[in-house]
Design a protein around this ligand. Structure first.
Ligand SMILES: C[S@@+](CC[C@H](N)C(=O)[O-])C[C@H]1O[C@@H](n2cnc3c(N)ncnc32)[C@H](O)[C@@H]1O
Length: 215
């Protein structure tokens, strides 16, 4: 898929004050002092800044996003607040430009639905988490098949509906990536977005701390 359309749409929204989220991942994530935290599709960087403040000088927070405008805005927001323990990186979710095993916590809000290869994204989340690390992800799932003509339409995908998949498929991808103890923390009633019915949900899971687990 041509991601330049997504970059263009979100870069324009970077200066807007509209809410871009579909859930409350940050409110369930409990970042702690000294932790390394990551936000995938960080937008203007507000949640990254909150995690950096909670992690303190011994911790660190990374924000990854594909849109130039969002990365610029996030850097300006962090500079304005004099937050030093953050880094914003331009990266596609599928490639996740971070070393393996560095994160205690990975969060994301309303972003993974945009990714063409969701299995690759969840495999990368598993890769960057430390053993015993956790994720809190808010996203959407579809209650019906996305019509074929919209599935790879970057404009419809960037509107947070055409890239969605059904809940069963979503949960299977997370389990296949290696995660255990996966729980749904909140879930909305179905609503119409674009041409289909979707729901939003917030999921929590852990990478096992044991020595025999995958990765
Ligand atoms: C709906 S906004 C959510 C922003 C932020 N998480 C929030 O809650 O305010 C989706 C964000 O994901 C980014 N994004 C979309 N597709 C992406 C991809 N494939 N890789 C990385 N970031 C992506 C967009 O640039 C945008 O900033």
């Amino acid at each position: 898929m041509d991601t330049s359309v997504i970059n263009e749409r979100y870069s324009k929204l970077a200066e807007d004050t509209c809410c871009l989220s579909c859930g409350g991942a940050i409110n369930f994530s409990d970042p702690r002092e000294g932790e390394v935290c990551v936000d995938l599709g960080c937008g203007r960087g507000n949640d990254v800044i909150r995690m950096a403040q909670a992690a303190g000088v011994k911790g660190f927070a990374y924000g990854l996003d594909i849109s130039d405008g969002m990365i610029e805005k996030a850097n300006r927001n962090a500079a304005k607040l004099e937050i030093g323990n953050v880094k914003f990186i331009k990266s596609e979710l599928e490639s996740l430009k971070l070393p393996s095993g560095i994160a205690d916590l990975v969060i994301s809000n309303c972003t993974i639905n945009h990714a063409t290869d969701k299995k690759a994204v969840w495999d990368k989340i598993y890769r960057i988490l430390k053993k015993g690390g956790r994720f809190v992800i808010s996203d959407i799932y579809s209650l019906e098949e996305v019509p074929e003509e919209y599935r790879n339409d970057p404009a419809a995908v960037s509107e947070c509906w055409a890239g969605s998949i059904k809940k069963d498929e979503y949960m299977k991808i997370i389990t296949a990536a290696g995660f255990s103890e996966v729980d749904i923390l909140e879930e909305s009633k179905p609503y119409i977005k674009g041409k289909i019915e979707i729901s939003s949900f917030t999921i929590h899971g852990k990478k096992a701390a044991c020595c025999s687990c995958k990765g």
